[in-house]
Design a protein. Structure first.
Length: 295
């Protein structure tokens, strides 16, 4: 190839690269400011209490959990965050303040007014089967061999009970016809406040099928439920977080549902979507005002 041809070839490459760059710039739109967001001022961060499975899972998925053992705080949540004890209190706190942000089990938002859930990284809380970035599992944990009644109830949850699960959560099995063994006795269930409303529905439906059974559901938190299951103080521990290594060594556990943790704001807040990166920055204190989310 002579010098002229080489020059023409090089010129053609430069022109093609330029055209590709122009098209790319034309296809990429610049971020648009959310009108009215700047007026909300300082963000009130609402978080759950220590021991909450929702809190530990949220911190892990948004990447601000503590990485070192022996820390006094369970995660890096900012010290001035408002700490509450259940989903209902989170919802009420956010409903009362247009500048607040919080997180709850997606199932807790059924028929709730005054707040709205945000999409995260552009994905709605309605997404199924783990597509949503803040997806987690619900577990029932137990110690030792199950008796006939406990096994019957667990079988119900994994069969006909999945129809109830699907009303507000994501089923983990197909709903099938269930035939109870009609075992007698009492089942004590303790733990996650996120799972408790679902468990109460499942327990009530099962007791209608098997009137010889009594099922007691006590809402505390995931860590307490697992601790009581290990000590034998309850028959099943409800956990809305993954079990730790030592808990898995001492307990058996079954996944009963999948849940999407909803990030909620006041209905007056104009924002509709938030990134995991910005969520982390808000909860650790790197972002303190709503204005900082605007470009």
């Amino acid at each position: 190839m002579n010098a002229k041809r080489k020059w023409n070839a090089l010129l053609m490459v430069v022109l093609l690269v330029g055209l590709v760059g122009c098209n790319k710039n034309q296809a990429t739109s610049s971020p648009v400011a959310v009108e009215g967001l700047n007026d909300l001022g300082v963000i009130e961060v609402v978080s759950r209490e220590e021991g909450s499975g929702t809190r530990s899972t949220f911190a892990a998925l948004a990447d601000f959990e503590q990485k070192q053992e022996g820390q006094t705080q369970p995660d890096l949540t900012r010290e001035d965050a408002r700490i509450v004890n259940n989903a209902e209190e989170v919802i009420e706190a956010v409903k009362a303040n247009p500048s607040a942000i919080g997180y709850v089990s997606g199932g807790a938002l059924q028929d709730v007014e005054g707040v709205k859930s945000l999409s995260v990284n552009g994905i709605s809380t309605e997404a199924q089967e783990g597509a949503y970035p803040l997806s987690r599992n619900f577990y029932l944990a137990y110690c030792g061999k199950l008796n006939d009644l406990e096994q019957d109830f667990l079988t119900y949850i994994h069969s006909e009970g999945q129809e109830i699960v699907g009303e507000a959560y994501i089923p983990v099995a197909k709903s099938n016809t269930f035939l109870s063994n009609q075992a007698e006795g009492t089942i004590r269930i303790t733990g996650s406040t996120s799972i408790a409303p679902l468990m109460e529905q499942l327990a009530q439906a099962y007791m209608e099928i098997n009137p010889h059974a009594v099922i007691e559901v006590n809402a505390t938190d995931s860590t307490d439920g697992l601790t009581q299951a290990m000590s034998g103080s309850c028959d099943f521990g409800m956990s809305s977080r993954a079990l730790k290594d030592y808990e898995m060594e001492l307990l058996d556990y079954e996944m009963i549902a999948e849940d999407n943790i909803a990030v909620i704001v006041n209905e007056e807040n104009p924002i509709e979507d938030i990134s995991l990166t910005d969520l982390r920055s808000i909860y650790v204190g790197d972002i303190e005002t709503w204005q900082e989310l605007n470009p």
